[in-house]
Design a protein around this ligand. Structure first.
Ligand code: GRF
Length: 185
């Protein structure tokens, strides 16, 4: 049984789908939900599933606290689901090819610094792109540049707003992220 940790900074709707999926899995178990935001809604969602939670500051992460916690909890896979801080290099090195992120666009488009959440969907809208989607990729020391494992696309019409684009992308994330993680274990 592989032990998963989810790192998230916000609402955690993806984290919830993952916890739901692995509740009855014989391959993996969500053993920890960790957040840099003590008031992140993802922590409430974790409680609902009886998954232990852990919070830490940016400074503590940089000092190695989260890395220590993940080792203590014997975590095999780290799942970034809306985690907004840059992962320290030593942490990526501790989980070689065992850390995965979801990005709400078709990388390499709309990746890199500042490209998160609503900013991404706004940029897609402004560019007039006809499609967008999701990218699930491994994490290395260069943000959004790890090996791509999975992509799925959805169409964007002239009537779409950044909000409706976000909804379409979220639907794809919820549908695919848990099963792509499952296929990696
Ligand atoms: C998702 O769109 C994910 O791709 C991004 O952050 C968002 C998190 O949403 N990186 P949620 O907190 O899982 O609802």
């Amino acid at each position: 049984m592989k032990r998963l940790a989810i790192l998230a900074s916000g609402s955690g709707s993806n984290a919830e789908k993952i916890m739901e999926f692995f509740k009855s899995s014989s391959k993996g178990k969500v053993a920890l939900v960790a957040s840099n935001k003590p008031d992140a809604y993802v922590l409430e969602r974790a409680k609902k599933f009886n998954v232990p939670t852990f919070t830490f500051s940016k400074k503590e992460m940089e000092a190695g606290l989260i890395e220590e916690k993940l080792k203590q909890e014997k975590i095999d896979w780290v799942i970034l689901a809306g985690f907004l801080l840059k992962i320290p290099e030593s942490l990526t090195r501790s989980f070689p090819d065992r850390m995965v992120n979801i990005h709400p666009a078709l990388l390499p488009k709309y990746g890199g610094k500042g490209m998160y959440g609503a900013h991404v969907h706004q940029a897609v809208k402004e560019a007039g792109d006809k499609e967008t989607g999701i990218t699930i990729h491994l994490v290395n020391e260069h943000y959004d540049e790890g090996k791509i494992i999975f992509q799925a696309a959805t169409s964007v019409s002239a009537e779409d707003t950044p909000e409706t684009i976000a909804e379409k992308v979220h639907a794809l994330e919820h549908r695919y992220f848990p099963q792509v993680i499952d296929s990696l274990l």
